[in-house]
Design a protein around this ligand. Structure first.
Ligand SMILES: Nc1ncnc2c1ncn2[C@@H]1O[C@H](COP(=O)(O)OP(=O)(O)O)[C@@H](O)[C@H]1O
Ligand SMILES: [Mg+2]
Length: 402
C-alpha cells in the first residue's frame, strides 16, 4: 500500500497515530492537575514499565495536558553519572517561561530565574575555571545565598519552593517531567523526593511526573521511605487485544484502510501487544501489503522483514552497547530463562545464581558484568537476587542469534 500514507510511527518517543489504552492515566492526570490547582494534597505520578511500552510518549501526552491547562512545564531525561542540576535548571527555566507574559519580565519572576541560575551555577563550584562555567541562558543575575549551598537537597527544596510560590501567585501550576528517572544519582533522587514532599506539604502547585524502568519504585523507596506515599505508581504495560486492535485499526481507518479479523489476531500474536512492536509491524505490513483489507497472509509475508528491522533498530542497537563479556552474560540469562515465554512471567526474570550456573562460574566473579548491564539499562533487578531484561522479547532475540 502507499508508503507515503503509512500512518505508523516506530521509534523511541515517536508519537503514535493513536494513543491506545492510556485513557485511565490521562483521566487520572487531569484530576491531579485540577486538585493541585486547588491546593488539594495530591501525589506525584510515576510511570513504570519495560522499554518500548510507551512511557516517554505518555509523559509527553501528560505534558500536553498540563500545557493546555496553562501550566508551566519542563522536561528532562536523566542520565547515569550526570548531575540533576543543569537539566533541572533548564526544565524549570522553560516552565517559568511557559507561565507566560508577566512571568518572565516581572520582578518576582526575575528573582526566581536568578534562583534557578544560582542553583545551576553551583555545579561548577566556586573556583571552577571560567571555561567550565555553563551559561544557563538566563539573563537575570544569580541570586546568591539561595539554592546554592552545594547540598543538593537543601538547594532543591529552596528552588522548588520559589518556583511554586511564583506559580501560585500567578494562579497557575508547574509540572516537571523526568524521563529515565531510574538513572538519577542517589543524592539527586533523595533531593527530588524531599523537594516533592516539601512543596506538597506547603500546598504549592508544583508536581513532578516521572517515568522509568520497572525497578524505579524500589529506587525511590530505598532513597526515602515516605516515597510510597509521595508518588502514585502507574504500571505501563502491553496493550490488551482490543486496545492493540485499536492502535492498528484507527490510524488505518483514517487512510480508508482496514485489517480483517485474522490479520488482527496474527498481529497480536506477533507483537504480544507491545506498543513498539505494534508500530514496527504496522509500518512494515502496511508497506508490503498489496491492498486493503490487510490479511493474515500479508502479516505472514511481512513478518521476516519486520523482525529484521526490529533486530537492527530495537534489539541490535541495545545489544551493541554490551561488551563481549556482558554479551555472554546476556545470552546466559536468555538460556536460563528457558526457550518458552511463560505467559505468567512475560518479563522472564531469572536468579543470578542460575545465570552463574549456566556460565559455570562463581556468582561473585560475574558481578562486574551484571552491574555494568544494570547501569546500561539492559537489565534490571525487581527483587533481590533476580534479574530480567528491560527490553521485551530480548531473550527470544538472543536465542535466535545463537
Ligand atoms: N498507547 C500507545 N498506542 C500505540 N502505540 C504506542 C503507544 N504508546 C507508545 N506507542 C509507540 O511505541 C513506541 C515506543 O514508545 P516510547 O514512549 O518510546 O516507549 P518507552 O519510553 O516506554 O520506551 C513508539 O513507536 C510509540 O509510537
Ligand atoms: Mg522512553
Amino acid at each position: 500500500m502507499d508508503p507515503v500514507r503509512n500512518p505508523y510511527a516506530p521509534g523511541a518517543g515517536q508519537r503514535p497515530p493513536e494513543l491506545a489504552g492510556r485513557g485511565e492515566q490521562v483521566r487520572a492526570f487531569d484530576v491531579v492537575l485540577e486538585r493541585v490547582a486547588r491546593h488539594r494534597p495530591e501525589r506525584s505520578l510515576v510511570l513504570t514499565g519495560l522499554r518500548g511500552v510507551g512511557k516517554t510518549v505518555l509523559l509527553n501526552a501528560l505534558r500536553g495536558q498540563a500545557v493546555r491547562k496553562g501550566w508551566g512545564t519542563g522536561k528532562l531525561e536523566a542520565r547515569p553519572d550526570q548531575s540533576l542540576r543543569r537539566p533541572l535548571a533548564s526544565a524549570l527555566h522553560q516552565a517559568v517561561r511557559e507561565l507566560g507574559p508577566g512571568a518572565d519580565d516581572g520582578g518576582d519572576a526575575d528573582h526566581v530565574l536568578g534562583v534557578i541560575r544560582s542553583f545551576a551555577e553551583r555545579q561548577a563550584g566556586p573556583d571552577a575555571k571560567l571555561r567550565e562555567r555553563w551559561s544557563p541562558g538566563i539573563d537575570a543575575p544569580a541570586v546568591r545565598g539561595r539554592a546554592d549551598s552545594g547540598d543538593v537537597e537543601i538547594d532543591l527544596v529552596e528552588l522548588m519552593n520559589d518556583v511554586g510560590g511564583l506559580a501560585a501567585d500567578l494562579g497557575k501550576g508547574v509540572a516537571v517531567f523526568v524521563d529515565e528517572m531510574q538513572d538519577l544519582g542517589p543524592d539527586d533522587v533523595s533531593a527530588l523526593c524531599a523537594a516533592c514532599h516539601d512543596v506538597s506539604q506547603s500546598g504549592l502547585p508544583v508536581i513532578v511526573v516521572g517515568a522509568g524502568l520497572p525497578h524505579l519504585p524500589a529506587v525511590l523507596s530505598a532513597s526515602k521511605s515516605y516515597s510510597e506515599r509521595l508518588f502514585s505508581y502507574q504500571r505501563i504495560d502491553r496493550l490488551s487485544r482490543a486496545e492493540a486492535d485499536r492502535a492498528l485499526s484507527a490510524p488505518a481507518a483514517e487512510e480508508d484502510a482496514s485489517y480483517d479479523d485474522d490479520a488482527l489476531a496474527a498481529m497480536h500474536t506477533a507483537t504480544g501487544g507491545y506498543p513498539y512492536f505494534i508500530q514496527a509491524y504496522g509500518k512494515t505490513v502496511w508497506d508490503l501489503a498489496p491492498r486493503s483489507p490487510i490479511t493474515a497472509a500479508d502479516v505472514a509475508v511481512a513478518a521476516p522483514e519486520a523482525e529484521r528491522e526490529l533486530a537492527v533498530g530495537f534489539f541490535g542497537s541495545r545489544y551493541e552497547r554490551a561488551t563481549p563479556g556482558e554479551r555472554d552474560y546476556l545470552r546466559a540469562m536468555a538460556d536460563a530463562a528457558g526457550p518458552e515465554d511463560d505467559p505468567d512471567d512475560p518479563v522472564g526474570s531469572v536468579a543470578t545464581a542460575e545465570v552463574a550456573g549456566v556460565l559455570g562460574k562463581k556468582p561473585q566473579s560475574l558481578s562486574p558484568a551484571r552491574d555494568a548491564l544494570l547501569k546500561k539499562g539492559l537489565i534490571y533487578s525487581g527483587e533481590r537476587g533476580r534479574i530480567a531484561f528491560t527490553v521485551p522479547h530480548f531473550g527470544r532475540y538472543l536465542r535466535q542469534q545463537a
